[in-house]
Write a protein that binds this ligand. Structure first.
Ligand code: IMP
Ligand code: MG
Length: 185
């Protein structure tokens, strides 16, 4: 067994469960956006796995772009102050935008991004989040598309990291308690 797997306390969502759900979401998007060509915006870096699998499960003439943000704060807690590190390459005016995010925790990151992107006058903008932490949102951000609700625990894998580690795990799991930032509650 490799070192990465050794750090995992519990597998919450298996690779197979992720793939099944992603296929369902891809089908949902295909049916909702029929005849249109949405711009799928992946929020770097956590959303890359999800975006890559989702767009392959979605038979639409879509495009992709990426935006990178940094949230000030510790590695396991979001502060709500967000800074754009890499902006979009595409102009989103009059486009149907789908914001693809790995996890909706406090909602502060997506709330900020939504506000920012709306000032650029897209035709529509919806959120597609792989994970939503139950009861954690500090602001109302409604993802129209959602993979899974999860309890409030720090998770890694399938794009999600702790200090840039564990993104390449094919499943989503929790870390052994001794590996977690003590600040995370
Ligand atoms: P929010 O602004 O609190 O909604 O946090 C959103 C960002 O925090 C996500 O895009 C993740 O990068 C990170 N994040 C929140 N919860 C977790 C977690 O459980 N594991 C890994 N990253 C997380
Ligand atoms: Mg992160």
């Amino acid at each position: 067994m490799s070192e990465l797997h050794d750090d995992i306390g519990e597998v919450l969502i298996t690779a197979e469960q992720i793939q099944v759900r992603v296929r369902e979401l891809g089908e949902e998007l295909r049916s909702d956006y029929q005849g249109r060509s949405p711009l799928c915006i992946g929020i770097l870096r956590g959303a890359i796995m999800f975006l890559a699998d989702l767009i392959r499960a979605c038979e639409l003439e879509l495009q992709i772009d990426f935006i990178a943000v940094a949230s000030y704060g510790s590695s396991t807690r979001s502060s709500g102050v967000v800074r754009i590190l890499k902006d979009l390459d595409e102009d989103i005016k009059d486009r149907d935008v789908i914001l693809i995010e790995d996890i909706l925790d406090t909602g502060l990151t997506l709330n900020y991004l939504l506000k920012n992107l709306k000032t650029r006058h897209p035709a529509s903008i919806e959120i597609c989040a792989l994970l939503v932490k139950e009861g954690k949102q500090k602001v109302t951000v409604q993802p129209k598309y959602k993979g899974f609700d999860i309890e409030d625990r720090f998770v890694v894998g399938y794009g999600l990291d702790l200090n840039e580690k564990y993104r390449n795990l094919p499943y989503i799991g929790t870390l052994k308690p001794e590996l977690l930032d003590i600040e995370y509650t």
